[in-house]
Write a protein that binds this ligand. Sequence first.
Ligand SMILES: NC(=O)c1ccc[n+]([C@@H]2O[C@H](COP(=O)([O-])OP(=O)(O)OC[C@H]3O[C@@H](n4cnc5c(N)ncnc54)[C@H](OP(=O)(O)O)[C@@H]3O)[C@@H](O)[C@H]2O)c1
Length: 323
Amino acid sequence: MRAIQITESGGPEVLIPTELPDPTPGPGELLVEVAVAGVNYIDTYQRQGIYPMQLPFVPGMEGAGRVREVGAGVTGFATGDRVAWANTLGGYAELAAIPADDAVPVPDGVSDEAAVGAALQGMTAHYLLHDSHPVRAGEDVLVHAAAGGVGLLLTQWATRLGARVIATVSTAEKEELARGAGAAEVIRYTEVDDLAAEVRTLTGGAGVAAVYDGVGRDTFDASLASLARRGILVLFGASSGPVPPVDPQRLNAAGSLFLTRPKLHDHIATRDELTARAAAVYAAVAAGELDVRIGHRYPLAEARTAHEDLQSRRTTGKLLLQP
Ligand SMILES: NC(=O)c1ccc[n+]([C@@H]2O[C@H](COP(=O)([O-])OP(=O)(O)OC[C@H]3O[C@@H](n4cnc5c(N)ncnc54)[C@H](OP(=O)(O)O)[C@@H]3O)[C@@H](O)[C@H]2O)c1
């Protein structure tokens, strides 16, 4: 099969198109013909070695396609089923052997592309808004990088839940997308001197109840300073780099704040939680309540370009690889 393989950690240039033997499904696994693979920021952390990986490996945590073969002991799936997954390596390939426990069925009303667009990033938006900080109707929340893959879904869903979303983005094109997703206010954070002061102005001085921050290093201080008393900073990523160590006293001084650093893995840790979360997200997609915006489709061999674009802030919405 054709696949992308990483044999050493590094920049996008280590994403090498190659030919590998077709995988065979082990016990408990499904062999899937990958129709679409998702590109996510975590792929760049793994490629760079920020998250240590065993080399060599085929990257990509997410994909969708049809089951070609079912491994021994698998129940609940059959050849020909459409499935998606968001928590297993090996998506950047024509074929992937994935644990059946990590696969979810894709309903008829959801395309392969939407299934991938709403898998990792959709389930992330779901747990951030329902578990990390359950948003309440009428409250103000701040969503950083609102035109990104997670950002557009967060903005849409928070708005649908009744929150008033203040979004940050870097360009006019991204501002338009954030507004289209429902953001009530948009700040071009690359163009303002004091982001927290802008947020205070937009909230009558009160600050926001929650900040959803996947940007990390560059926004962390402003995120804390944007919170209302007893507000929560949900730090879920580091697209600008990791946040340095934090003195807990800062949370006290800024108004008894909360800080959490969650990850999807812990929110789909059981089979029941995974299937329930996926079903909730796919139901919203099928009902037209959640629009998955495909920002760009790349041939599999151009995975390198996809990573370059993602890390250069050139992209919006979901990035897909087509094997
Ligand atoms: N914890 C979890 O469970 C979880 C799950 C999924 C994703 N994530 C995290 O969520 C974040 C978003 O992921 P995504 O895949 O949807 O990516 P994305 O938001 O589509 O792309 C990253 C965006 O971050 C913004 N950004 C700000 N400073 C940047 C910088 N110095 N370099 C690059 N980008 C910068 C850019 O938007 P602007 O140009 O508008 O600034 C860029 O488009 C990532 O941090 C990812 O790790 C976490």
